[in-house]
Design a binder for this molecule. Structure first.
Ligand code: PMP
Length: 291
């Protein structure tokens, strides 16, 4: 964290000064909740995209963990962190986790800590209308079923994504696709899935998938229908793309053994998304909070 300032429990401090107990419950058991948020440079200065929606989702995760969470305080934390680091364009990481109070599994005696960090960012999958696309491989891992863990950004749940991603990269792919036991597509490790067939855009719907904010944005922009999709149907699509705060709109150029390339609908939606997040499109109104 050297050189970066963070917001911790209401105060901005040097990252190197932020300390956490080695017995932090969140470190041992993943008892925390986080968000991934983007701040974009716009003509009117830096602006955070759909922060209220991200923090509303984070609150649901905090509620599931029985953790107090103050959306107004964390909103202020995000803005203060961006200003303190003089960031115009950044990835913002709010994280709330349990710390001291013992290592038992009852969270009642624990103290919650609330952190916001921000850093310069480029899409982790390479994005934008000119990007070459993502090589996606069907995972042998199943997604955490929502009957075992709610599809929220709970820290421990991400071990599932990490195992799937590791398997994919070991096979020379960039990203993994979760498919359920009945053959329905769920999501990727950190992105939702869309397909295009005959010019129609479909957002993959699955009860175990995170309700993505980028997915909701893209659906609002193009009027995509949301429904369940099998892997067989996805393999037969004209275009497949992924959506996520970090990935933005990223074409899937390879799906297992199939070469899809980067299609025209994906390219167009990717351009539109870039215009929206940078405040250059009509639809951005109400989604950008100036830092
Ligand atoms: N699924 C998972 C598992 C994720 O971690 C993410 C990233 N938050 C997404 C989907 C996409 O969600 P969003 O568009 O809200 O970033």
């Amino acid at each position: 964290m050297s050189g970066l300032r963070v917001w911790l429990d209401g105060a901005v401090l040097e990252g190197s000064q932020a300390s956490v107990s080695p017995l932090a419950h969140g470190l041992h058991y993943g008892t925390g909740v986080f968000e991934g948020v983007r701040c974009y440079a716009t003509a009117r200065g830096p602006a955070v995209f759909r922060l209220a929606d991200h923090l509303a989702r984070m609150k649901k995760g905090a509620d599931a963990l029985g953790m107090p969470f103050d959306e107004a305080a964390v909103t202020e934390g995000v803005l203060q962190t961006l200003r303190a680091n003089d960031l115009r364009s950044a990835y913002v990481r709010p994280l709330s986790f349990y710390e001291g109070g013992g290592l038992g599994l009852d969270v009642a005696p624990l103290r919650a800590r609330h952190l916001v960090a921000a850093m310069p960012w480029k899409s982790h999958l390479g994005t934008g209308p000119d990007a070459g696309g993502v090589r996606l491989r069907t995972s042998s891992f199943r997604r955490n079923p929502s009957s075992a863990m709610p599809p929220l950004k709970l820290c421990g749940g991400y071990v599932n994504s990490i195992l799937a991603k590791l398997e994919a990269t070991r096979h020379g792919f960039e990203e993994a696709l979760f498919v359920d036991a009945r053959g329905f597509v769920c999501e990727a490790t950190g992105e939702n899935v869309f397909m295009v067939k005959g010019g129609r855009v479909t957002a993959v719907e699955h009860p175990d998938a995170l309700p993505g904010i980028t997915r909701a944005t893209v659906m609002a922009l193009c009027g995509a229908e949301a429904r369940a999709v099998t892997l067989e149907e996805l393999r037969d699509a004209d275009e497949v793309f992924l959506t996520g705060t970090s990935a933005e709109v990223a074409a899937v150029s390879t799906l297992d053994t199939r070469e899809l390339g980067v299609g025209p609908v994906t390219r167009e939606l990717s351009s539109l998304y870039q215009a929206v997040v940078h405040g250059d499109a009509e639809q951005a109104r109400g989604w950008l909070l100036h830092a």
